[in-house]
Design a protein around this ligand. Sequence first.
Ligand SMILES: Nc1nc2c(c(=O)[nH]1)N[C@H]1C(S)=C(S)[C@@H](COP(=O)(O)O)O[C@H]1N2
Ligand SMILES: [Mo]
Length: 524
Amino acid sequence: MTDRRPLLFTLAGGVATLVYFGAAEFIAGAFSATTAPLLILGQAIIPLTPTAMIKAAISVFGTNDKLALIITLVIVGAAVGGVIGRIGLRRRTLSFVLLIGLGILPVFLLLSTGGALLDSIPALGGVALGCAAYMGLISLGDGRELRSEDSASTDRSADFDGRPGTDRRAFFGLAAGLSAVGIAAIAAGQSASILARNAAGAVTKLVLPRPAASAPEIPAGADLDIDGLAPIMTPNDDFYRIDTALIPPSVDASSWSLHIHGMVEDEVTITMAELLDLPLEEHRVSLTCVSNQVGGDLVGNATWLGYPVRDLLKRAKPSADADMVLSTSDDGFTASTPLEVLTDDRASLLAVGMNGEPLPRDHGFPARLVVPGLYGFVSATKWVTELEVTRFTDKEAYWTKRGWATHGPVLVASRVDVPRAGDHASPNKDGQIITAGMAWAQHVGIAEVQVRIDNGDWHTAELSKELTTDTWRQWRCPFNNLEPGTHTVTVRAVDADGNVQISERRPAIPGSATGLHDRQFVVD
Ligand SMILES: Nc1nc2c(c(=O)[nH]1)N[C@H]1C(S)=C(S)[C@@H](COP(=O)(O)O)O[C@H]1N2
Ligand SMILES: [Mo]
């Protein structure tokens, strides 16, 4: 019989790591979620991760990118724990030194970024319980198997002393139990912090004033109301979220202010009370992420309430040779927006409201920028606290430093929502198969959407009534007499300037993915 101890020690190390993460998560839950090692490590890893990897993760996992990061950390952590556990078979002391050393690593990260000493309790508690779990497990996994190896017995369940498999069974029982508790604590800790965040978003005390200028009613025909087609207005809970913050900054509206400085005649600081006293305007604007894949869902449309950035900048009087505004978030993120775009007549807003509510925390509470026609990475700074008037030649924004473009005008784009990929579509009573989707070309407007089946002719789709040129539109295109079997539907849009959507497949970096979206479906 082979010596099973290497396997048992490896398992013990892995399980100890789960206990460590779980216990720390549990203790952190008692006072502050941001002190959990998983979050500290995650937040530390994001800036170290190569941009291409982050963007790839965003495109694969979308809004679940943070969850994916946490799960990856747990898996990698358990694997590292396993290696250390295995080392303990020969070098017991070294294994404990490594377990403790890596376990308290988050404490150093925390303290080096200004955390309080008390905040190290979750990690320390986790280390203590993780080591205890490791000790307990290896004492069950140690020694006995060697003896059974010596024995002539071929009965794999008989360990020694005639006690059939007692220690091994106890080992696996304890390992399974500890793993389950550890994973449950990690899951509970993560969902508790999500719940706490949502609750914090829901009970914000900010009361929005009535708009001085409301958005017009949504006209009939603005929503084609087709099953499976995205609604024309995206509810806040369904609105995509992209940012570099593992936990969104918690910014107190009463102490928030926006500081406008740089190449200006007069520096301006505005508090929330002052902002809410200004005549606020409502505008419908679709927001899109430069990382959105062809056919992706990192795009949404909301009614924003805010004050025109143009009027704020007017107070500061930018100097004539400035050409850019670098906006900075409470969490350090920056975006570079052409000064021109913030001072022309478009609805660029310092927004406080989203679809009739204060901005949810995930979407930038208490204030963010919304700029029609630009991708979010160069315009839509959430938790915004600073506008620096400057020049593109003098300052670089967060993503530009990481290989993305300086400017980010939205490219005309479209996608198929109906039928879903792989759908079995049956003709309606008129013998038609309905295809439908979304198209956008913010601040230019959609002129036409064209749809084709397989490699047939382009058909002009029917469009929903346009809200403004800053918002997306739905399209619908029925097809008659499709043969039973598999078909592909492809869409492309044309904007009001006559630009046809680019059909060449290009990756998202540096300025958005291009290519036409298609879907395969089956006609029965
Ligand atoms: N503070 C901050 N603001 C940010 C970002 C960020 O990472 N941090 N990401 C930007 C990007 S890339 C996009 S696409 C939009 C997304 O806004 P949403 O999460 O409200 O949909 O926010 C922008 N504003
Ligand atoms: Mo983005």
